[in-house]
Ligand binder design. Structure first.
Ligand code: ADP
Ligand code: MG
Length: 698
């Protein structure tokens, strides 16, 4: 059994290690950089680099890498060894402050959405001292931001860090109005990662899974998730072994993997860490995904992080639990005193306003080809962004909305009076019931449930933080003008006004109900069902203004992200279409034809044998198979036509529109024709493992 406290963080150059290894003056300076963003001088960097290297070598590292998050969403690294030849045939291990602070990856192959073409060919990586360095597979990994030499962010971390600074600055203005001292305010994130584990040998026999991460064909398994036996059921032994190894590795990396359980679908699982600041939380989540993929192979398993690997079976999401905290104090906690209550309400309406005003950006931050199969599919939140508050908080909000502009007359209705009683504490039980809401208040944090399992959460949190900074700024701008003596009154009036202006985003009902779509349309809420429809909001003047106002993304940086996402979407669908066509022609049709031939030969053989028994059943089967082959060929032609139409389109947005609205429906029809044959074709002749084989194993 693992001694958690012994291995926890053993591969991380964390504050504890820093304190142990660095001269105290250096440690203090570095801490100032980490906590307050103070610039780091070269001398300090040299001392830190040396200590890091010594520590890493003791732990068996031979190389270092600048670990970063290009726009493609996966992490990247290029390994350099510490090796430094001395010129006399020997070598020493060296690592300078300069090498710690800055690196130059071969950047030309990373997507930049035209940014580099417009500005500068090369990019460099810059150390992010606010996320810890760690050792992975004998490599010292240094979390870095990735920028062009002219300063454009070419990665996902840079805008996230900028958005965190924006929240910090604006939240502090608000806190100071409450008479609170300046503190470091951070966005906190805890991500619940869902994933599938399936047997490696079966996986290897499915080209669609290997090449696209999802099954493009496949009839539903005989047993689905209707029994719900899998959820919180005992974890199977193979999976358990995997989980244990995963925990050990993650703990060593300082990832606080806390809970793991089976999910609702067969072969689906979830892992949740304890939340931490958004920057580190996202680094941890990326590491977790990487380790999941890698370690599964040690156990004869494959980890699928795709958002919808199996049709008819729940897909995988990544709930983004989010709050903001001032020196560890959660600002979305209702608190104990009237003043804390008021502060809570100010931050709460800040979120409500942010989510309402920037609902489209939030939706777009979770948009991807894979996630389109989840959102709106009655298992994940709908594609409409709305906020769920829970009964108790909703009662408070209703009372505030109904109340007069200045006073607070309905206090008794909600057991709340800012002068006397305090807000009820929102117990998780009473707030966590609505699983259909995309953005739910869960007691002292919000849970954004749209992101898919495969996504880098930096995008979603960058939007959330920036939009929140904007709300807080508006509050601060308004209230800094007010007479401090009237602060409470004015702040409460502001809260009520904001709630009235943004109440349309609050929805506590069933997000899966068709009536909600109609109601949402009446309320003027956006409902972008596909990535192609969701992404254009990046180009809106309103989005540009938001990101530019807070120095999070320039217009060019924002547009580049739009381009990269759009291109990725088009490329993925193109690949899926190609795999489908090839599998149809070379895998499925030959198998179905072979089976039809067997049946035909059988009928002839029976007749030749002189039987008088009817062969009509076999003949009917043969007819079905032959007309099925016909249907497949017709559907295949449609997919081919759609693919060549898409190819002929130049504009990426138009391409995406055609992919979403013509190509994918055609692919869906092709899938249906093949699946229809799967259930009547001999199992022995079916050329790929079925859903039964993939999802139910020991
Ligand atoms: P569940 O949603 O599965 O019932 P919890 O609500 O307990 O589980 O926690 C889900 C995730 O939310 C965990 O990763 C947890 O650490 C995280 N979390 C809890 N509090 C906060 C917070 N203040 N800010 C961000 N994440 C949080
Ligand atoms: Mg949750």
């Amino acid at each position: 059994m693992t001694n958690i406290s012994e291995i926890y963080g053993s591969m991380v150059f964390n504050e504890h290690t820093m304190q142990e290894r660095l001269p105290s003056a250096t440690y203090k300076k570095l801490l100032k950089t980490i906590k307050e963003g103070a610039p780091l001088d070269a001398e300090v960097a040299n001392v830190v680099a040396h200590a890091m290297k010594e520590w890493a070598i003791e732990k068996g590292a031979t190389h270092y890498t600048h670990w970063f998050q290009p726009l493609s969403g996966v992490t990247s690294e290029k390994h350099d060894s510490f090796l430094d030849p001395t010129g006399d045939g020997r070598a020493i291990m060296s690592f300078s402050g300069k090498e710690l602070i800055q690196g130059e990856p071969d950047a030309s192959s990373f997507p930049s959405g035209g940014l580099r073409a417009t500005f500068e060919a090369r990019g460099y990586t810059a150390w992010d001292p606010t996320s810890y360095a760690f050792i992975k597979d004998e490599v010292l990994c240094i979390p870095t931001a990735f920028c062009s030499y002219t300063g454009e962010a070419l990665d996902k971390k840079t805008p996230l860090l900028r958005s965190m600074s924006a929240v910090d600055a604006q939240a502090n203005r608000v806190l100071s109005l409450f008479g609170e001292p300046k503190r470091r305010v951070v966005a906190t994130v805890g991500s619940e990662q869902e994933f599938f584990l399936i047997p490696e040998d079966e996986y290897a026999r499915r080209e669609d899974l290997v090449l696209t991460g999802r099954t493009l064909f496949g009839w539903s398994p005989c047993k689905g998730q209707e029994l719900e036996e899998h959820y919180f059921g005992a974890i199977r032994p193979t999976v358990n072994e995997f989980m244990k190894e995963l925990d050990d590795e993650l703990w060593a990396l300082g990832v606080s993997a806390k809970t793991k359980h089976n999910e609702v679908a067969p072969a689906q699982h979830e892992l949740a860490p304890i939340f931490t600041n958004a920057n580190r939380a996202i680094d941890e989540n990326l590491l977790t995904m990487e380790k999941m993929r890698l370690l599964a192979s040690h156990h004869g398993l494959v980890c699928l992080l795709h958002e919808k690997p199996f049709e008819g079976i729940n897909g995988s999401g990544k709930h983004n639990n989010w709050s903001i905290a001032a020196d560890g104090k959660n600002l979305l906690d209702p608190g104990e005193s009237p003043m804390e209550n008021l502060r809570f309400l100010v931050f709460l309406v800040g979120v409500i306003q942010a989510v309402d005003d920037y609902q489209e950006l939030l939706r777009a931050s979770a948009a991807s080809a894979g996630n389109d199969h989840r959102l709106g599919a009655n298992e994940a939140p709908p594609a409409i962004v709305s906020i769920f508050l829970g009964d108790e908080l909703n009662a408070v909000v209703d009372a505030l909305i109904a109340d007069g502009e200045d006073g607070f007359e309905n206090a008794d209705r909600v057991t709340m009076d800012l002068g006397v009683a305090v807000l009820p504490r929102f117990l998780k039980d009473s707030t966590d019931r609505n699983r259909t809401s995309p953005f739910a208040f869960t007691g002292n944090k919000f849970e954004f449930r749209m992101p898919g399992s495969n996504v880098n959460l930096a995008d979603a949190n960058t939007v959330l933080n920036t939009a929140m900074a904007k709300s807080l700024k508006e509050f601060a701008d308004a209230l800094e003008q007010a007479d401090p003596a009237d602060f409470k009154q004015e702040a409460l009036a502001y809260v009520k006004r904001t709630l009235r202006d943004h109440k349309r985003i609050i929805f506590n009902g069933d997000g899966y109900a068709p009536e909600w779509e109609e109601e949402a349309a009446r309320r003027g809420l956006a409902n972008h069902k596909t990535t192609a429809d969701a992404l254009p909001c990046f180009l809106d003047e309103k989005s540009v203004e938001l990101f530019e106002e807070f120095g999070v993304l320039t217009k060019a940086e924002l547009f580049s992200r739009y381009e990269v996402k759009l291109e990725k979407y088009n490329k993925l669908i193109n690949i899926e279409g190609r795999v489908m066509r090839r599998m149809t022609r070379r895998t499925y049709l030959p198998a179905i034809i072979a089976f039809a031939t067997d049946v035909a030969n059988g009928i002839n053989a029976f007749k030749a044998a002189g039987t008088t028994a009817p062969t009509s059943q076999q003949e009917a089967l043969l007819d079905k198979l032959l007309s099925g082959i016909d249907d497949i060929n017709a559907a295949l032609k449609e997919v081919e036509r759609a693919a060549s139409d898409v190819k002929a389109i130049e504009d990426e947005q138009e391409k995406a529109n055609h992919n979403a609205h013509v190509m994918l429906p055609a692919m869906e029809r092709l899938r249906q024709t093949v699946d229809d044959m799967e259930i009547i074709t001999s199992r022995d002749l079916w050329p790929v493992p079925s859903y039964n084989n993939l999802l139910f194993y020991v």
